[in-house]
Design a protein around this ligand. Sequence first.
Ligand code: ZN
Length: 153
Amino acid sequence: MVNTELTFKDSFGSLLVVMPSAINRLLDHRQLDSSSNEAAGVLIGERRGSHLVIYDISEPGKGDIRSRYFVDRRGPHHQAAVDDAFARSSGRLQYLGEWHTHPEDQPSPSSTDLGTWRRHLVAQEQMVLLIIGRKQIWAAKKVAEKIVPLLKV
Ligand SMILES: [Zn+2]
């Protein structure tokens, strides 16, 4: 169990904060044994000026396509989690991006990941990308067409 938040920043000092409630659930999906499949979901949180705070996630479920080196979060429950959070918080909690796991210690995006984000994650505002490795978490933001990796604080 993690009790403190995880913080990342970009080169302008804008922060990405992942709250313990979200971190612990993300870490639960790490591909720690040789038969575990990739997992994926959405990130839900709040925009505070140029800073982003992740409070909640959606997790794998019915309809998702998963294998050792591939995941496609097709299940309708992901969007339902975003809609629920938005309604419960009167619009404060929103869809902020995507997470998935990799079966490697220090994860980095595959060319498939980069292509998928470029094509499907189209937004006016900056969006968050997380890859949960076995030992580390890779974090980035998508700003317009650019993927900007973040540094752990
Ligand atoms: Zn990937």
